[in-house]
Design a protein around this ligand. Structure first.
Ligand SMILES: *[C@@H]1O[C@H](CO)[C@@H](O)[C@H](O)[C@H]1NC(C)=O
Ligand SMILES: *[C@@H]1O[C@H](CO)[C@@H](O)[C@H](O)[C@H]1NC(C)=O
Ligand SMILES: *[C@@H]1O[C@H](CO)[C@@H](O)[C@H](O)[C@H]1NC(C)=O
Length: 463
């Protein structure tokens, strides 16, 4: 019932659609469309022959013109690998509408324009026509994303006025840092017309080794596993460390899967996205195979669709994206299922999944790029304990001072309870977000919104 009503709303919002066969660049064809008032546009870029990447741009209705502060654009990068930013980030986290197609009060559009991309190819509405075309590494994904940015930004002077902030979640953090480096290179060589504002790494999988070592001790400290569980967990973590240093990355991914099972078995199925909760939103998510490959898109969405987050709603993201939204967008090929190639995306990256990207963060810091790290207090999969451990491994010259500095508490909107802590030194900033699990903007929308306003130097200061 709810769902039917919503479908009507969508088609009313978009009475007219302009299909623009645009962009005949060197790479291949691109196709784009927009709604009547051009507040939204979307399209495909053929980033390599037969590899099609989908993007969706929202122009903010809250835009403030300030000659001293350009209006920012946020590029949201989802994790997985294989989780859809166009679906999850957009409809479940920060976009203008929720999965019931009702306005989201805390949408990040209040502070910036939003660009969602189904990255890498094969994710969400993006697709490949040949299975050999899935990317195998973060760097390959970054190359495709840079091609996409060139297609979108180079021909639009108004977009070029806005600095681009790359904000990532989970595995998306590995794409974010490789993309930032690749984009900077393209900017320096004149191939890409864009201003990079900075990079923000939310609960990001930057150093798999540090995360797997954090799981056991953290869960032991909060009584979720016992000493026996801790011992088992640490011994597999040690094996993973050895595999990583021997360059056996696929074996390390296998062991990561084993470790997740051990943690589940010894904790009576703790939820990896919030250690205060039990997993088991869906009994299927507890089977071994679901805990590995399926972790990408499916567990993500199930978790976010649990009643905890959307009371009274049973809208299923798959049905929404393959139904009402696909219909609205018009340009999704009939035979392309949203999420249909997602497991293949994960599998193709099996050998890169456990590779750390700490060096890339160091490179960005050395180049003077603003880097923000933010982490939800209750996350397990990318636990704050693991994030702090990789930050301490940075070679960045400011690290010593940064570590010694005191944090400042953050409150939100007259609420007197502490919502977060932050500190920054030179171009590194860290936010500890209290009461949030893996999905920070969902769990703490108010503080997350204030945080992105600050990161992006948004001229929209007060809500
Ligand atoms: C959401 O809307 C309500 C009512 O307008 C407002 O009081 C509240 O502060 C809003 N929350 C955010 C995060 O903007
Ligand atoms: C390019 O710029 C125009 C206005 O300057 C804008 O209306 C349009 O939506 C932009 N294109 C994209 C992809 O956002
Ligand atoms: C980078 O961060 C500093 C403060 O830490 C800020 O003054 C500067 O404007 C930021 N640059 C951008 C492009 O956001």
């Amino acid at each position: 019932m709810e769902m039917k009503k919503s479908i009507v709303v969508v088609s009313l919002i978009v009475p007219l659609l302009f299909l623009v066969p645009l962009f005949n660049g060197g790479i291949g064809t691109a196709i784009a469309a927009r709604n009547q008032d051009a507040s939204e546009s979307w399209g495909y870029v053929e980033v390599r022959p037969k590899a099609h990447m989908f993007w969706w741009y929202y122009r903010s209705p809250y835009r403030v013109e300030d000659p001293n502060k350009p209006w920012p654009i946020i590029l949201w990068l989802q994790g997985g690998p294989g989780a859809s930013g166009v679906g999850i980030g957009n409809f479940q986290e920060v976009g203008p509408l929720d999965t019931n197609l009702k306005p989201r009060n805390s949408t990040w559009l209040r502070k910036a324009d939003l660009l969602f991309v189904d990255n890498p190819v094969g994710t969400g509405y993006s697709f490949v026509e040949d299975n050999k075309l899935f990317v195998k590494t973060d760097v390959e994904a970054a190359t495709d994303l840079t091609t996409l940015l060139i297609e979108i930004f180079n021909r639009n002077q108004s977009l070029q006025q806005s600095p681009l902030y790359i904000v990532a979640e989970s595995y998306g953090g590995k794409y974010a840092v490789t993309l930032a480096l690749s984009a900077l290179k393209a900017i320096e060589s004149g191939k890409l017309k864009l201003k990079l504002g900075g990079v923000a790494l939310g609960d990001s999988w930057i150093s798999p080794e540090d995360f797997v070592f954090s799981w056991g001790p953290l869960l032991k400290d909060v009584s979720r596993i016992d000493g026996n569980g801790l011992q088992k967990s640490n011994s597999v973590a040690l094996k993973i460390k050895q595999q990583i240093s021997a360059g056996q990355y696929e074996a390390a991914t296998n062991s990561w899967r084993d470790l997740e099972n051990i943690i589940s078995d010894n904790s009576n199925s703790v939820d990896f996205y919030n250690f205060m909760l039990d997993s088991g939103m869906d009994p299927l998510s507890l089977t071994a195979s679901e805990l590995s490959q399926g972790i990408s898109m499916k567990r993500y969405s199930r978790y976010l669709q649990s009643s905890k987050f959307t009371p009274g709603s049973d809208v299923d993201l798959d049905s929404l994206m393959n139904g009402a939204v696909k219909k609205k967008l018009k340009i999704i090929p009939q035979n392309v299922q949203w999420g249909g190639q997602s497991d293949s995306v994960f599998n193709a990256m099996y050998g890169d999944f456990m590779k750390p990207r700490i060096d890339e963060v160091d490179e960005l810091l050395a180049k003077g790029v603003n880097v923000t790290v933010y982490n939800g207090q209750l996350d397990l999969i990318c636990a704050t304990k693991g994030t702090e451990a990789w930050v301490e491994k940075l070679k960045w010259e400011g690290l010593k001072t940064f570590l010694k500095m005191e944090r400042s508490p953050i409150y939100c909107k007259g609420d007197k309870s502490t919502k977060a802590f932050t500190k920054s030194y030179k171009n590194l900033r860290f936010y500890w977000i209290l009461g949030a699990g893996h999905f920070v903007p969902v769990d703490q929308p108010c503080v997350a919104l204030d945080m992105v306003a600050s990161i992006t130097q948004s001229p929209a200061v007060s809500k």
